[in-house]
Design a protein around this ligand. Structure first.
Ligand SMILES: *Cc1c(COP(=O)(O)O)cnc(C)c1O
Length: 455
């Protein structure tokens, strides 16, 4: 039975189940990913392990690409940049490129990974609020599509580096629109106490636009806005877009033509069955295209090329984190007992619960159980009481050491934010593609960690 259909039947557009589209529960109760039993995966690639359903990630990438191409067909078209910071490996970058996506990078390491995966430089963008000279040089040498400028100082810096290399840097200016969103709400603020971007409300944006037009080694091609992450409401995107378009009109009035607009990422997903179903890519694309169409007809300016930068909404749901259960312990709490289920990883492979109190769900995936459900908390093996993997989940009361336990929707900001806390080697990522296993990133070994030690 397909879990996707069980949990969230969405006939139109991308699926929004909690598990990847090819995760099934077999008739004997064991889970399989793209036809491979989790016990077989764990035999070849021991836990803890990120298991990525390749077809799922490609499907979601394609859903965004098709939705944007369709919605912007009568305008100037659209590019989809996969936000590589969510998860990146050479093969994964290549898959995104094969699906027609560009890749956003935010460091030399991310850019080099995309390039090494076979993504051409001009299909990459470079972000970051504190880029090094080496990063800017690499971006220019590789002819990236654009460098997103985050400050007035950086505008001058990029111009100088480009001059040294006898290049013209294609740049976007990242503007802070005052619109912030996250979870299910968005807020609009006049003053922004955060590190990113050039403020619209204080007119620093105007200063930057005017200065960029003056500089001889930058080519101001676009304006950029990113309002936050894990957003399931559409109003924030529309509101931020309107602020950006007003800046484009202002630039036009100064004789400065801006032909591209990047509306960022942050599209929400479901981590648990309690989360709302977010709009699907087609709905998001249609809403963005409506705002662009209105801007074009009101301003009389030519339609801009639009970009978006989804990360989480492409990769998160593709991946489950596979653990082996160890110690199981009942702890008395006010309202009875809570079963603490320890697994062989934790905050080092998924920091999001500790960092953002992020909620996940979990299931025993190596077998079925008729046992009653118990109130459980899945915890890791680290020396922190905040080392929580899943705060609250109903698990079979016969959960025991040796069971395989999976946490879905761990593809974004899981491996990417992993650490070696407690000298744990970071788990590898194995992809399942039509019944075959392909290792994307191998697990670290303790020898890898010791090899860094220079004693
Ligand atoms: C993090 C980030 C993204 C991707 O965000 P998701 O929530 O993963 O879609 C896109 N653009 C910028 C500038 C970002 O910082």
């Amino acid at each position: 039975m397909n879990l996707e259909q069980l949990e969230a039947p969405i006939p139109d557009g991308a699926p929004h189940g909690v598990w990847s589209i090819n995760t099934d529960r077999l008739s004997d109760g064991e889970f399989a990913v793209a036809g491979v039993r989790v016990s077989d995966i764990a035999k070849e690639f021991p836990t803890p392990r990120y298991v990525l359903d390749a077809d799922d990630a490609r499907f979601r990438a394609r859903a965004w690409k098709e939705a944007m191409d369709h919605a912007f067909a009568d305008l100037a078209g659209a590019h989809v940049y996969y936000a590589g910071k969510a998860f990146l490996s050479k093969a994964f970058a290549r898959w995104m490129y094969e699906e027609g996506l560009h890749i956003d990078t935010a460091s030399e390491g991310e850019l080099r990974t995309a390039l090494a995966g076979g993504v051409p430089g001009d299909f990459c963008g470079l972000h970051g609020n504190n880029k090094s000279r080496a990063e800017i040089e690499l971006a220019l040498e590789q002819n990236v599509a654009h460098i997103v400028i985050d400050s007035l100082a950086e505008l001058e810096f990029v111009n100088r580096v480009a001059e040294d290399l006898k290049k013209i840097a294609p740049v976007y200016l990242r503007l802070t629109t005052g619109v912030h969103a996250g979870g299910h709400e968005f807020i609009a603020t006049a003053h922004e106490d955060q590190k990113f971007g050039l403020s619209v409300s204080t007119r620093v944006s105007h200063q930057a636009i005017a200065r960029a037009a003056e500089l001889s080694n930058v080519d101001l091609i676009g304006l950029h806005s990113h309002i936050g992450s894990q957003i399931s409401a559409t109003e924030g995107f529309a509101q931020a877009a309107q602020v950006i378009f007003a800046e484009r009109v202002w630039a036009h009035e100064q004789g400065i033509e801006i032909s591209e607009i990047d509306l960022g990422g942050g599209y929400g997903i479901r981590y648990t069955a309690d989360d709302d179903v977010p709009p699907n890519p087609r709905e998001f694309a249609r809403i963005l295209a409506d705002v662009v169409r209105k801007h074009v007809s009101e301003s009389g300016l030519p339609a801009p090329l639009i970009s978006i930068e989804p990360g989480r909404s492409i990769v998160a749901s593709s991946t489950l984190m596979l653990y082996t259960v160890g110690t199981v312990k009942d702890v008395a709490i006010d309202s009875g007992l809570r079963t603490y289920v320890s697994v062989d990883g934790g905050m080092s492979d998924n920091i999001r619960p500790a960092l953002y109190e992020a909620d996940y769900t979990a299931a025993i995936v190596s077998r079925d159980s008729d046992a009653s459900r118990t109130r459980a908390r899945v915890v890791g093996k680290h020396c922190e009481s905040g080392d929580i993997v899943v705060r609250n989940v109903a698990l079979p009361s016969d959960v025991k050491a040796g069971d395989l336990l999976a946490v879905p929707a761990t593809g974004a900001y899981g491996r990417a934010m992993a650490s070696n806390y407690n000298m744990l080697p970071r788990p590898g990522v194995v992809a399942v593609e039509n019944g075959t296993l392909k290792e994307l990133i191998r697990s670290e070994t303790i020898n890898d960690l010791l090899s860094l030690d220079q004693d």
